[in-house]
Write a protein that binds this ligand. Structure first.
Ligand SMILES: *[C@@H]1O[C@H](CO)[C@@H](O)[C@H](O)[C@H]1NC(C)=O
Ligand SMILES: *[C@@H]1O[C@H](CO)[C@@H](O)[C@H](O)[C@H]1NC(C)=O
Ligand SMILES: *[C@@H]1O[C@H](CO)[C@@H](O)[C@H](O)[C@H]1NC(C)=O
Length: 346
């Protein structure tokens, strides 16, 4: 190891004691460290740096999301919602006395948030008093099909459901094309790539003629571009629709389809897909839902569920004596407890 030769040995210099190779290594190491630091903080779009931050952030938010999903989180207003039970998700009991000043019974069309979150998100409180045609019951509308009370609670307003490559809407009990089916196409904030409509009555679901949306725009003086009439069903949407003239249920036969098998094995739906299900099948929902609350795969596959539960109550006098309104509320609570982002559909 050759020491660096100095011409003036009388003056002290640290370099005298450092070998040339080790000095070079020291200089290079410093350069590499500085360069790496600069790269991490200023490289184009801070890519590497943001990757590191992102992975740290995602670890933190994963834990937070898990806590929320587990329902153990303390709510913003300090309520400690212990949501690890079906009862906690029932929130309001039918026999609870009405409050003298209750905006949600007297003033508001929509519903307040429930104590317990589902999939980490707020969702409307279950309403055992006016769950059946709430807008009509409260006198806001005469439209029996009105669904204003749940629009503000769509999962599609809390997450971007358009990010999934496959975006599926399944309508069980589709009825006529222009009822709930068209309502979902027009109001739900997702561009569905695939639509499956089940309607057992062949006289109900009829495909309309495709509509030329571009020819619908006109220029009116004093206005922006406007439409000559409300948009109808564009031709491209019709191509995405698959219609099944069958009952949706739990068994397969000539007139019925086991919907769980259909979703898992035929459509091969996975948690990566966006899947929205509407179910209004006149009592057949109960057997499907009894299966789904026991099947941990289904709340992973289905992003959001709208279900009309059929039951008997003096208010509706439906011919479903096996179930009462409390059973319906309990089923919705059970679905939410299992992780289904589920709403009453009436
Ligand atoms: C959430 O619940 C799961 C399963 O019960 C448990 O493994 C996990 O530790 C819980 N997470 C938090 C943050 O409480
Ligand atoms: C098919 O199954 C449904 C539901 O169980 C039942 O109501 C119907 O009678 C069955 N149809 C035939 C043809 O077996
Ligand atoms: C319906 O399909 C599911 C999924 O394949 C299966 O687990 C279930 O047993 C089927 N139900 C009946 C009644 O066959």
């Amino acid at each position: 190891m050759a020491l660096l030769k100095r011409t003036s040995p009388s003056s002290f210099s640290p370099l005298k004691y450092i070998s040339l190779p080790s000095l070079l290594i020291w200089v290079m190491a410093t350069y590499i460290i500085l360069d790496l630091g600069m790269h991490l903080s200023t490289s184009e779009d801070g890519h590497v740096h943001s990757q590191v931050i992102k992975s740290i952030k995602s670890k933190i938010s994963e834990t937070a999301a898990e806590e929320e999903e587990n329902g153990s989180a303390v709510m913003e207003d300090g309520r400690n919602a212990d949501c690890n039970s079906v009862e906690a998700h029932m929130d309001v009991q039918e026999d609870q006395p009405r409050k003298p000043e209750d905006p949600w019974n007297q003033l508001k069309w929509g519903l307040p948030p429930a104590e317990c979150r589902v999939k980490g998100h707020l969702i409307e409180r279950l309403d055992p008093l006016n769950n059946y045609r709430r807008g009509v019951a409260l006198g806001f509308t005469t439209d029996l099909d009105d669904k204003t009370q749940i629009e503000q609670w769509f999962l599609g307003t809390k997450e971007d459901l358009n990010k999934a490559k496959r975006r599926v809407f399944i309508d069980l009990g589709a009825n006529e094309f222009t009822t709930s089916f068209l309502w979902f196409m027009q109001r739900y904030p997702c561009d569905f790539t695939e639509i499956h409509a089940f309607e057992a009555d062949p006289n109900l679901f009829k495909f309309p003629t495709g509509w030329d949306e571009e020819a619908n725009w006109i220029q009116e003086p004093g206005w922006g571009k406007v439409k000559s009439r409300a948009g109808f069903v564009p031709s491209w949407l019709l191509e995405r629709i698959h219609y099944y003239n069958k009952y949706a249920g739990v068994v397969d036969n000539v007139s019925a389809v086991n919907i769980t098998r259909f979703m898992k094995e035929e459509l091969k739906l996975t948690p990566e897909d966006t899947v929205i299900v509407k179910m209004d099948i006149e009592g057949a929902e109960w057997n499907i839902l009894y299966d789904w609350v026991k099947d941990p795969e289904m709340p992973q596959i289905i992003d959001e569920l709208f279900v009309e539960l059929h039951y008997w109550h003096p208010d509706n006098k439906w011919d479903f004596k096996r179930w009462g309104r409390v059973d319906a509320t309990r089923m919705l609570a059970d679905l939410r407890f299992r992780g289904f982002y589920a709403h009453y559909w009436d």
